[in-house]
Design a protein around this ligand. Structure first.
Ligand code: PLP
Length: 375
């Protein structure tokens, strides 16, 4: 009987929990025993610690990254019919949040070297209806598009999609708002859905708080905020308590991810092309992605050896059915090429030495076999 292949999943929230279980479970118990499950001290403490860690003046805990994007767009006063520049490579929510408000996402191509909004194409995509831009710091990379875009168009409102970028560094994101996701597989992941809106001033913080709580103001009356009624988008005390523990270890975990990425990339140099800046791994390495002409075949060969991988993302946003007739679609050849080739491979802080070796050897085998195999 042959031994089962070593399993190295792409994501492992359970392994992350196990690495810090006593502290996380103590925090969860504290929240559970408090009887206060929404809008209490755990949320307050986490928001303060998060703002500090991200280098923004204010953070508002919310129920998901999707809600964080929607609330930020409402708070800046986006209106139905407005257009919003969005990079053509991202998770659907980046465009979905714009669509939910009755506004139109405008597809902007990504750079040839990295799947980040291309500044020149963003400028070509500008038009009279464009009110805002949402640069996405995909895979925890620095999208960097904000300063030059704002320089060229001072009236343009910017929301940084930082859903994948917690721990990437305090300088990320120059917009008016930042949106974070704490989906369990994120580098800062909650035991459930969660997110946060980062704000620059107290007025914006108040707008977001109120929009996330039915427009309720200091007198208890419910009012529209920037024309929006808002709703319920609050972060739970349980998630906030666990997230605060995870935040403490974020810098060390990010450093470990960078080291692992550097090892994998170094070992595969000349064989595989990784999606990284020229200097190597930076930021939180939310996903270690590579480009290969046959990502599905590579995925299958890795799976046969127990190595998890996934297409991030198999199609550009402009190809999503929900955008047809609802977005300003523009040619995005770099985005299309990226989506044809991208595959994310395991690079987690909790991987053992043997896991890393197994991923490296499996990638070498798979890459070499595909280089020889007929298509
Ligand atoms: C780039 C990006 N934007 C937005 C989101 C939405 O976050 P959530 O899943 O927490 O709603 C995600 C998360 O998957 C994401 O990766």
């Amino acid at each position: 009987m042959s031994a089962a292949p070593r399993a190295v999943p792409l994501h492992s929230p359970a392994a992350r929990h196990a690495a810090d279980a006593p502290a996380r479970e103590a925090a969860a118990l504290r929240a559970l025993r408090s009887g206060r499950y929404v809008g209490g001290p755990e949320r307050d403490a986490f928001e303060a610690a998060l703002a500090d860690a991200m280098g923004w003046p204010f953070a508002v805990g919310v129920s998901s990254g999707t809600e964080a994007l929607s609330l930020a767009l409402m708070a800046l006063g986006l209106q139905p019919g407005d257009e919003v520049l969005v990079p053509a490579v991202s998770f659907f929510a980046t465009a979905g949040a714009v669509l939910r408000l009755g506004a139109r996402p405008v597809m902007v191509d990504v750079r040839a070297d990295l799947p980040l909004m291309d500044e020149q194409d963003a400028i070509l995509a500008m038009g009279p209806q464009v009110r805002a831009a949402v640069p996405v710091h995909l895979f925890g990379l620095d999208a960097g598009a904000t300063p030059s875009l704002r320089g060229a168009y001072p009236a343009l409102q910017v929301v940084d999609d930082l859903a994948q970028a917690a721990g990437s560094g305090p300088s990320l994101g120059g917009g008016r708002f930042g949106a974070l996701s704490f989906y369990p597989t994120k580098v800062l992941g909650a035991p459930g859905d969660g997110g946060a809106v980062l704000c620059r001033d107290i007025d914006d913080q108040q707008r977001v708080v109120r929009l996330g709580h039915h427009g309720r103001g200091p007198t208890g009356a419910h009012e529209a905020v920037e024309g929006w009624i808002g709703g319920n988008a609050r972060l739970s005390e349980l998630s906030a308590a666990v997230l605060r523990v995870e935040l403490d270890s974020l810098p060390a975990r990010v450093a470990a991810r960078q080291r692992t990425a550097a090892r994998i990339v170094g070992a595969l140099r000349g064989r595989l092309r990784f999606v990284l800046p020229p200097g190597g791994p930076t930021g939180n390495v939310a996903l270690l992605c590579l480009r290969h002409p046959r990502p599905a075949a590579l995925h299958d060969r890795l799976a046969a050896r127990g190595v998890g991988s996934a297409r991030y993302y198999p199609r550009s946003l402009g190809a999503e059915p929900a955008l047809q007739g609802r977005a300003r679609l523009r040619p995005c050849p770099e985005a299309e090429a990226f989506c044809r080739e991208a595959l994310a491979v395991p690079c987690r802080e909790d991987m053992t030495e043997a896991d890393v070796e197994h991923v490296i050897l499996s990638l070498i085998d798979a890459a070499d076999a595909l280089a020889q195999a007929p298509r």
